[in-house]
Write a protein that binds this ligand. Structure first.
Ligand SMILES: [Zn+2]
Length: 107
């Protein structure tokens, strides 16, 4: 069986602290894996391409391994993509708050 280790934003994931939306505690990085068959409907959500320069696609059952965040307190698992989205939203809200407070709308 082929194994595909995928790295989504390793620097973002491993070199910065990320906090839980629910409790504010620090998130742990955990390894998640799933076996996906190249012919199954969910295969289109996974990348079956070889990462080497040889090209081509893996066929049959492939074990995908990737990182996700886990809050040890709430036991909530969040994908890296989802966490990035949440943090971007937060930054946007903070900027908006700052803007409004500068205008004297809120204090
Ligand atoms: Zn939490």
């Amino acid at each position: 069986m082929g194994v595909q280790r995928t790295w989504k934003n390793p620097i973002y994931t491993h070199f910065f602290k990320h906090t839980c939306q629910a409790c504010g505690g620090f998130l742990k990085v955990i390894q998640v894996s799933k076996v996906v068959n190249s012919k199954s409907p969910e295969a289109k959500k996974f990348d079956f391409d070889y990462s080497s320069t040889e090209g081509g696609k893996m066929i049959g059952d492939v074990k995908f391994i990737w990182d996700e965040f886990l809050c040890p307190t709430c036991n909530i698992q969040t994908s890296i993509k989802e966490q990035q989205k949440i943090e971007n939203e937060q930054k946007k809200m903070e900027r908006e708050k700052e803007r409004l407070s500068k205008q004297g709308k809120i204090n």
